[in-house]
Design a binder for this molecule. Structure first.
Ligand code: DC
Length: 241
């Protein structure tokens, strides 16, 4: 653990009020809940930019693994953030590590596990939250993650919390992995998702939870089209004078 002074950090929400949350749609939820599919489609429907905050944690985790950095060394891991470039692209967030595009390497299961481990450090989160807020400065965005509505953009105009039964999430994750050429089975996916969710929910800093003003959507029995239609309905209803 590092020993920084105990004052409210930016990652814990202080100073967030001045951020342009009005441009932001936040989508949070556990692993495999369909956040990225919904976020990408919603962004396309509204002409917003989609930003995948999980890709940022994955990139830092990947960098730590490749460089042999101890994932429990908060200061050393936080220093890696400077080596990563995030490009908000219509198709999703692209990530460059020391100038090399590593986006395709971020989906591997162990990249998710490393991401979840390094995501427990306050200093790492502080630096990534700063980057996430900067990405919203250029225009309207849909950002998905674990703490977007609670910490990164507490003033987001719209907040959704997407969830689904654990078995269904494991099934989807396995199908997604198979589609990306990653061999896995539902039992392994379920074990990995359960462990990662537990760590994301139980961590001290910015734990996974719905914001008090988030609209919770259980999409276990909904298609992605239905989820996005429900989100668009909310956005359009509130946008009316
Ligand atoms: O959304 P994902 O599966 O790509 O995220 C990978 C990990 O990164 C997730 O298990 C926890 C961490 N993460 C986080 O702590 N906060 C975010 N806003 C996004 C991801």
């Amino acid at each position: 653990m590092h020993s920084r002074p105990r004052r409210p950090s930016r990652a814990q929400g202080a100073g967030a009020k001045s951020i342009a949350g009005q441009n932001v749609i936040a989508i949070d939820g556990p692993a495999g809940a369909g956040k990225s599919t919904a976020a990408r489609r919603l962004a396309a429907a509204l002409g917003f930019t989609y930003v995948d905050s999980g890709a940022m944690y994955r990139a830092v985790g990947l960098a730590a693994r490749r460089l042999g950095i101890d994932p429990d060394d908060a200061a050393a891991v936080a220093d890696l953030v400077a080596q990563v470039t995030f490009v908000a692209d219509p198709k999703g967030t692209r990530v460059l590590l020391d100038g090399t595009d590593v986006t395709a390497d971020l989906r591997a299961t162990d990249a998710g596990v490393w991401a979840s481990r390094i995501a427990t450090h306050a200093l790492v989160r502080e630096r990534l939250v700063e980057r996430q807020r900067a990405l919203a400065a250029d225009g309207a965005i849909v950002m998905d993650g674990r703490d977007i509505g609670t910490v990164v953009f507490p003033d987001a105009r719209y907040k959704f919390f997407l969830t689904a039964h654990a078995e269904e999430r494991a099934r989807r994750r396995q199908a997604q992995d198979a589609g990306s050429g990653i061999a896995s089975d539902v039992t392994t996916a379920r074990r990995e998702i359960d462990a990662r969710d537990r760590r994301d929910r139980e961590r001290a800093i910015a734990p996974l939870r719905p914001a008090a003003d988030a609209i919770v959507i259980d999409n276990s029995a909904l298609t992605p089209e239905m989820v996005v239609a429900r989100m668009l309905e909310t956005v359009r209803a509130r946008a009316r004078p």
